[in-house]
Design a binder for this molecule. Structure first.
Ligand code: AMP
Length: 195
């Protein structure tokens, strides 16, 4: 199978060609078709298997087919990640795959001054990659809300649990609009994650 057989929009295929990616990895080949149909997905995948593109490409395709103004103080796609390093990596990949589209991608994580992040989010952002704690801080300061979210991605769920993010996670999920697409990735699927 090749990427061009999956029906992805032209600017996405162009970005993949620029990276010399021709064939989807197994997780990509399995995830992309159902995600393009708008279905929810629960995927077991380790880092290094091409998981980022597995959720990035169909989401970018959705944005290409459903253009909308960026929601003020909110985002159309929220990606939650356990660490700032991972969040930064995911955002870099998203920018790379979206290089031929006009989409804004931002990260928020703790350990850096919050005021700059508040200013950066005022006009809203198409895709936000965040760690749970700092995102909650921004919401509590009324600098951001989740009403605009159409696609919700939970990445590295097991690592998120190990780091004690279960309560922040539950709080954030309650704030999401009911109508949304859910993508859930974990390297392992123990019972509490499955629940
Ligand atoms: P990830 O698991 O998302 O961190 O991806 C692992 C690495 O594989 C990253 O450097 C990606 O850029 C690269 N990659 C992802 N998908 C493909 C693909 N279909 N063909 C070649 N490399 C890929």
């Amino acid at each position: 199978m090749q990427f061009k057989d999956l029906g992805l929009a032209e600017p996405i295929l162009k970005a993949l060609a620029a990276k010399n990616y021709e064939n989807p990895t197994p997780i990509q080949a399995q995830s992309i078709p159902p995600l393009l149909e708008g279905r929810d997905l629960c995927g077991i995948a380790q880092t290094g298997t091409g998981k980022t593109a597995a959720f990035a490409l169909p989401s970018l395709d959705y944005f290409f087919r459903n253009p909308k103004p960026t929601p003020l103080h909110s985002t159309r796609m929220l990606v939650l990640s356990p660490t700032r390093e991972l969040a930064a990596q995911i955002a870099d990949s998203l920018r790379d795959y979206a290089r031929f589209m006009r989409l804004s991608v931002q990260t928020v994580f703790g350990g850096v001054p919050i005021n700059k992040q508040i200013r950066g989010l005022q006009a809203g952002v198409d895709i936000l990659v965040a760690t749970p704690g700092r995102l909650i801080d921004l919401i509590e300061q009324r600098a951001f809300h989740l009403n605009g979210v159409e696609i919700f991605v939970l990445d590295e769920a097991d690592q998120m649990m190990d780091m004690g993010f279960i309560l922040p996670l539950k709080r954030l999920v309650k704030m999401l609009p009911k109508q949304r697409q859910n993508l859930f990735f974990s390297a392992t699927m123990p019972k509490e994650i499955a629940e």
